[in-house]
Design a protein around this ligand. Structure first.
Ligand code: NCD
Length: 356
């Protein structure tokens, strides 16, 4: 059984637990007939407050293939959110009906809030520009399946490193494996947030920041492409200016190693030319399929945690989180800027860090 009741950020799982999930996902992939009733009688609530194709369908396929059932919504306009119901109350309600919750929300920290008040496990399926831990499990499981390892990798992350939650979660997760280094390819406006650059420095993870794919493609084992996250831009002109800044094409692929792989959490816009799809090094569609198996393994393991009544009552901190995208600045959640060092504070919900 996993130590954690919910999966909110990648560090909620230990390296050993992730290895166990890989082994379980391998078994599910190889012997699916053994698992067709593994979740019979169990119900998953999918609460999607933000658009999704892959993640929602992947979770729903995973639960259906395990013999469980799914209830939920994919359009918040059809939920009580439009009546002003808070995430905390919705989570309390759904824990009265279902056995596990999968939540995607545009506000950072929303699934964390849900997990504080829900009596059943909550899986974060993406919260704003913050985290996306099950995409990270998908990515790690792809490394495991293709390379047979999750260590000794040079990973080039390309595109919107500022708002790309899949990139953020991947860096956090990879920090625990040996001999991992990063090339960060982005325009200056879309550089990785400072809290993650500080994190890499603290963990002594080698990285370089560059602006062109050509500056990193030759040495990488993985080229992880991402979309420019249109919905997170407050300045639409800036999006228009940056939206086509990268295109991986067959010419650039000639510079890459023969055994490197190209990954993408998808959806793709124009950052990978469709000609690249025919290159055997392109693994993004396969990656999406691996995601379903690792989510099946995760659901099975989290369901073991079962029903754990919560009675959370947080005392608000005086200091307030200044991240405008944090849930605590949209709903009446008690502020939680916790002191993590001398004059350093971090928000419990969204990880936004401030110094005196
Ligand atoms: C990603 C996401 O939602 O963050 N998609 C996904 O879950 N596979 C990437 C994206 O939307 O660009």
């Amino acid at each position: 059984m996993l130590k954690t009741h919910s999966l909110i950020e990648p560090q909620d799982l230990s390296v050993e637990e992730i290895d166990h999930l890989f082994a379980l996902a391998d078994d599910i992939k190889n012997r699916p007939q053994l698992y067709v009733n593994a979740c019979a009688g169990k119900l998953m609530g999918t609460l999607f407050y933000e658009p999704s194709t892959r993640t929602r369908l992947s979770f729903e396929s995973a639960m259906n293939r395990l013999g469980g059932r799914v209830v939920g919504f994919s359009d918040p306009a059809s939920s009580s959110a439009t009546k002003g119901e808070t995430v905390a109350d919705t989570a309390r309600m759904v824990s009265a009906y279902a056995d596990i919750i999968v939540m995607r929300h545009p506000w950072e920290g929303a699934p964390k809030v849900a997990s504080l008040y829900s009596d059943i496990p909550v899986i974060n399926a993406g919260d704003g520009g913050h985290n996306h831990p099950t995409q990270t499990l998908t990515d790690l499981y792809t490394f495991h399946t293709v390379f047979g390892r999750t260590c000794d990798l040079n990973i080039a992350l390309c595109g919107d490193l500022k708002f790309g939650r899949t990139v953020h979660s991947l860096i956090l997760a990879m920090s625990r494996y040996k001999n991992v280094s990063f090339s960060l390819i982005s325009p200056k406006e879309l550089r990785l947030p400072d809290y993650l650059l500080d994190f890499m420095k603290e963990k002594q993870i080698p990285y370089k920041e560059v602006e062109k794919i050509e500056d990193a493609i030759a040495e990488c084992d993985v080229l992880y492409m991402t979309r420019i996250q249109q919905e997170r831009f407050s300045d639409k002109d800036e999006y228009e200016r940056l939206k086509d800044c990268y295109e991986l094409d067959t010419e650039k692929m000639k510079l890459a190693k023969q055994d490197m792989i190209v990954m993408h959490p998808l959806p793709r816009v124009k950052e990978i030319s469709t000609e690249v799809d025919y290159d055997p090094r392109a693994k993004y569609f396969r990656q999406a399929r691996y995601g379903m198996f690792i989510r099946m393994a995760l659901i099975l393991e989290l369901l073991e945690g079962g029903y754990q009544p919560k009675n959370t009552r947080l005392v608000p901190t005086e200091r307030k989180c200044s991240n405008p995208r944090c849930i605590c600045n949209h709903q009446d959640e008690p502020q939680q800027m916790l002191k993590i060092g001398e004059g350093v504070y971090r928000c419990l919900y969204c990880d936004h860090t401030e110094k005196d």
